[in-house]
Design a protein. Structure first.
Length: 303
């Protein structure tokens, strides 16, 4: 995600510096100019060395990135990664200060986001959480849906970058609301993917052509882009990762915790989470989340 997002920013005239934990693979990103405006962007995004070939430079640590620029964006795997990059040695906190903004676009829980917000603001910085809907292709095409919450002045200032990265940016109020919205969306998506997988399996095992099921679904009231895009590749056992299954399971887990906090019974999401956990135990975590379909095949044929 970070690579695609960074590439977009480079294409649109941002000057970018990047860093990543695994330098050979990814780097964070920091950019310092936007077209005719002189804005300083400090973007902590995962990108690959290819970005350097496209004009990005490299920051040696998250702290070095923050020191250099005014705005920093993070795109990291999970709450542990998001917290580590802020709080650990050479992390964001070492350099964040008055006049700088930190924007975390990773999908995390509201508590982690609030902890990061408190730490950033206690040092005089401004904080925005801004997780995204949309996967690798929308990221490449600048078609993400951005779910921002936190400092409104920072949201307004970073909008030119969001307008490059996404097709729509929501401002949802206080920190936590962006994280919660993202988890609700992904919980719904994960449950849908499991229902879809069961439908494809049931069609095949009961003697129907699953391809015909895709055609029927696409013409009815539950037609949607996810079934349309993932159905054909699932039938080909192609799970080339757009949204890694391990991250979908992380989002189900975090959404279920949000359900616990609010005393919401979510049996459908809980069952979907079990299927994603099973898929992870089968070694499918780095494949696309649609690989949860394989858990049903593993159950074997009934007599
Ligand atoms: N892929 C998708 O379709 C979408 C993903 N998201 C969310 O965006 C985020 C990123 O997703 P995606 O790009 O797919 O994930 P990837 O697994 O491809 O990338 C995760 C990044 O986080 C870094 N990272 C992990 N742990 C640490 C750590 N402890 N310290 C520093 N860096 C760390 C990894 O670095 P390293 O290279 O060193 O491992 C890597 O650069 C996730 O929160 C995901 O849920 C949101 C919308 C869509
Ligand atoms: O968090 C990942 C979302 C993937 C998508 O919206 O297609």
């Amino acid at each position: 995600m970070g690579k695609a997002m960074s590439m977009n920013l480079l294409r649109h005239g941002f000057k970018v510096t990047v860093w990543n934990r695994t330098l050979s693979k990814f780097v964070f990103l920091l950019c310092t100019a936007l077209l005719s405006q002189y804005l300083e962007w400090n973007l902590e995004i995962c990108v690959c060395d290819e970005l350097v070939k496209h004009g990005a430079s490299i920051g040696e640590t998250p702290a070095a990135v923050v020191q250099k620029c005014k705005y920093t964006i993070a795109m990291l795997s999970d709450p542990a990664a998001a917290l580590s990059v802020v709080f650990d040695k050479d992390g964001v906190l070492e350099q964040i200060c008055n006049g700088k903004g930190y924007i975390d676009m990773s999908t995390v829980d509201a508590d982690s986001s609030s902890k990061i917000c408190e730490a950033i603001t206690s040092r005089g910085g401004r904080f925005l959480e801004a997780p995204v809907s949309g996967s690798k292709k929308p990221a490449e095409d600048g078609q993400l849906v951005i779910l921002a919450a936190g400092d409104k002045s920072l949201f307004d200032e970073i909008l030119p970058a969001f307008d490059v990265l996404g097709k729509k940016s929501f401002f949802l109020g206080e920190v936590g609301n962006g994280a919660k919205m993202k988890l609700v969306v992904n919980m719904t998506m994960g449950s849908m993917m499991n229902a879809f997988s069961e439908g494809l399996t049931l069609a095949g095992r009961s003697g129907l052509n699953p391809q015909t099921l895709l055609d029927v679904l696409d013409l009815g009231a539950i037609a949607n882009p996810m079934f349309k895009m993932k159905g054909p590749t699932m039938l080909q056992n192609n799970y080339s990762p757009a949204f890694p299954l391990k991250h979908q399971q992380k989002d189900m887990r975090l959404a279920l915790a949000l359900g616990d906090e609010n005393a919401i019974s979510m049996p459908v999401a809980a069952a979907a989470n079990e299927a994603f956990k099973k898929a992870r135990s089968m070694g499918l975590g780095d494949l696309d989340f649609s690989a949860v379909f394989e858990t049903l095949k593993a159950d074997g044929h009934s007599s």
